[in-house]
Design a protein around this ligand. Structure first.
Ligand SMILES: Cc1cc2nc3c(=O)[nH]c(=O)nc-3n(C[C@H](O)[C@H](O)[C@H](O)COP(=O)(O)OP(=O)(O)OC[C@H]3O[C@@H](n4cnc5c(N)ncnc54)[C@H](O)[C@@H]3O)c2cc1C
Length: 484
């Protein structure tokens, strides 16, 4: 039997991997990962670190099953052609991807496969509900989440998870690069140890993280998911999902099982799966509007009066030096750990686009570089949502007040003082607005504003007025050519 090449990209797992399982049933398998940096948007620094560690873990798992991972770098099609030639493979199996850069690769492979008599077969697995299968009654894509999710739930019936316990190897392994030769890790200054302290990439950890969430976090998920200082917090599965170390179906099935075992978990479980639905919704949008990472879904925003030119304010936002504690805590959490709590992502994003009037694409790009879960769909869709120019977007007059948000969701200051320790001695009353503290209180807290911690970067009242004016200057229109 001729071997099957199985191409991995954003599905770095052996469990519930339909492409791998189908190949294993047919005979020898050659698992392959090609790093093609000319395809699409280059990965950010934090994602490169995650990918390195994830490939390491996948390589070990595949070797244990019998078929080592072959690593290549270069043009995807050229590398695949070379491997077909070297191994005599007649089939290429892969997971169908909804990221336009992956789709470009798939299209090139398909075109070549037809000419060369090599079977190219794509399998589901990236999302729960393939974007092309969820349509409005008018046969259009959805642009509002709630009806989208209702339509999804009507179709929610998934077969059992697939698995393979052994992978028949080829007689002669093709040459593989060493993982280090992909140069995914930083070459000069190694800033990754703090990421490694916060996260362990790989499938085994993804499954453990899910189990821990179902055992400890799920019970209070709906109530506490907005509180960034609360432990156990949200699942922290996002980067594992981004790299496909766990399938969304696995999360779906295990959550349903947990709810069946303990009906008290139903409400939290459904809420958790709904969040997973937001991930599907983001891919739904990206699939139907491939320009999502670059262009506003609401065309009126093309004329939005963003502030122009290089900005010291952007740098202060990136470094967590805005003088607004919850914003700074979020930006420092991101820098230190490669991840930020969802509530705080909304606060810092709103602050950038509304208080500072800096283009959402600047924020999206910074997140792309620094998040371990930087995702082509969720990142762009979420930034557009906050900026008010996306699907089902927050209305322009919804401007998160960082003081009230901090007081509501981090009332005891656990989160802010973890990442902004210079404020630790301030009484709780002033933690989210140190500028209001009387001089004696600041002195007792060993805090000199402008020296130990910055003065606020903007006068919020003025900034809010400026933002409302700017947002009113463009007419809110429906997203491009769609209805919900
Ligand atoms: C400005 C901004 C940028 C964002 N960028 C990204 C990104 O690049 N990658 C990313 O995965 N998420 C992004 N999100 C969504 C969300 O913040 C993260 O998915 C979430 O914080 C991940 O933590 P968790 O795994 O503990 O989430 P949980 O609350 O445990 O949720 C479970 C899973 O559901 C999905 N999910 C939850 N909320 C959302 C959401 N609002 N949109 C899409 N999927 C969601 C994630 O895959 C997550 O792992 C962004 C949100 C904002 C406001």
């Amino acid at each position: 039997m001729s071997p099957t090449l199985v191409l991995f990209h954003s599905n770095l797992r052996v469990g519930d991997n339909p492409a791998l399982a189908a190949a294993a049933e047919l005979g020898p398998v050659v698992p392959v990962f090609v790093l093609d940096e000319n395809f699409g948007r280059p990965l950010g620094g934090a994602s490169r670190w995650w990918l390195h560690r994830s490939l390491q873990s996948l390589g070990n798992d595949l070797r244990d099953l019998g078929a080592p991972l072959t690593l290549r770098q270069g043009d995807l099609l050229d590398e695949v052609k070379a491997l077909v030639h070297e191994t005599g493979a007649t089939r290429i199996f892969l997971q169908h991807g909804y990221d336009p850069s992956i789709q470009k690769g798939e299209a090139a492979l398909h075109k070549w496969g037809v000419k060369s008599d090599v079977e190219i077969k794509r399998f589901a697995g990236q999302v729960l509900f393939p974007p092309e299968t969820i349509r409005t009654q008018q046969d259009k894509p959805y642009t509002v989440f709630s009806p989208f999710w209702r339509a999804c739930l009507k179709q929610a019936s998934f077969g059992p998870l697939v698995r393979c316990d052994t992978l028949p190897p080829v007689a002669e392994q093709p040459l593989s690069l060493d993982l280090e030769e992909l140069h995914l890790l930083p070459s000069h200054f190694d800033w990754t140890p703090s990421l490694a302290e916060a996260f362990t990439p790989g499938e085994a950890q993804a499954l453990e993280t899910l189990d821990a969430h179902l055992d400890e976090g799920l019970r209070s998920y709906k109530e506490m998911r907005d509180h960034p200082g609360h432990s156990p917090g949200t699942s922290k599965l996002s980067a594992h999902l981004r790299f496909g170390e766990i399938s969304p179906r696995t999360i779906w099935h295990r959550t349903q099982e947990a709810m069946a075992r303990d009906p008290d978990l139903s409400c939290d479980g459904e809420w958790f799966l709904r969040e997973l639905g937001w991930r599907d919704f983001s891919y739904h949008l990206l699939h139907h509007f491939p320009s999502l990472p670059n262009a506003p879904l609401r065309p009126a925003f093309e004329n939005f009066p963003w502030s122009q030119g290089p900005s010291a304010e952007l740098t202060r936002w990136q470094k967590g030096l805005t003088g607004f504690p919850i914003v700074d805590a979020g930006m420092r959490q991101l820098w230190q750990t490669g991840w930020m709590h969802n509530r705080v992502r909304m606060i810092v994003a709103s602050f950038l686009v509304k208080e500072l009037l800096i283009h959402w694409r600047e924020g999206e790009a910074w997140f792309w570089d620094t998040l371990v879960d930087a995702d082509p769909a969720s990142n762009a869709a979420s930034w557009q949502w906050v900026a008010g120019c996306g699907a089902d977007a927050a209305p322009y007059f919804r401007i998160f007040n960082p003081v009230l948000q901090g007081e509501k969701f981090d009332a005891d200051g656990t989160y802010v003082t973890r990442f902004v320790p210079e404020l630790a001695k301030l009484p709780k009353k002033f933690l989210h607005k140190p500028w209001d503290a009387p001089a004696t209180v600041l002195e007792e807290a060993d805090l000199t504003l402008g020296q130990d911690y910055p003065h606020p970067i903007v006068d919020r009242k003025q900034a809010r007025g400026r933002a409302l004016e700017a947002f009113q200057s463009i007419k809110a229109e429906k997203p491009r050519g769609i209805s919900a």
